[in-house]
Design a protein around this ligand. Structure first.
Ligand code: SF4
Length: 105
């Protein structure tokens, strides 16, 4: 069994759910900034976050920060999106696993 990493960094975001063009969901959310996996090949997610100034180094990227206001954002946003949303893709980069919450209409 893998080592469990304790998250020690927290950030706040202004929004959580956003429309996506990916084939596996029409909306997506990411409650984590960064990834502890630390792949040796160039990480596209890191490069994007660095490009937009959300992280400054790969070392910072490898110490993920949890979005501490995720639940309050979801409380506010899910009622707004629920009639439009079919699949919400949830990215959990710390665990390297993906989950999909299915909404019924
Ligand atoms: S997000 Fe994590 S697992 Fe994916 S490429 Fe970057 S470091 Fe690797």
């Amino acid at each position: 069994m893998g080592e469990i990493m304790k998250v020690t960094k927290f950030i706040r975001r202004k929004s959580m759910i956003y429309k996506t063009g990916v084939e596996y969901g029409d909306y997506t959310m990411n409650h984590v900034l960064g990834c502890s996996h630390g792949c040796n090949y160039p990480c596209y997610a890191f490069l994007q976050k660095k490009r937009f100034g959300e992280v400054t180094s790969y070392e910072e990227w490898c110490e993920p920060a949890l979005v501490e206001n995720t639940l309050e954002l979801l409380d506010a946003e899910i009622p707004r999106f629920k009639d439009k949303m079919t699949l919400l893709y949830v990215s959990r980069l710390i665990l390297l696993c993906l989950g999909i919450l299915k909404f019924s209409k």
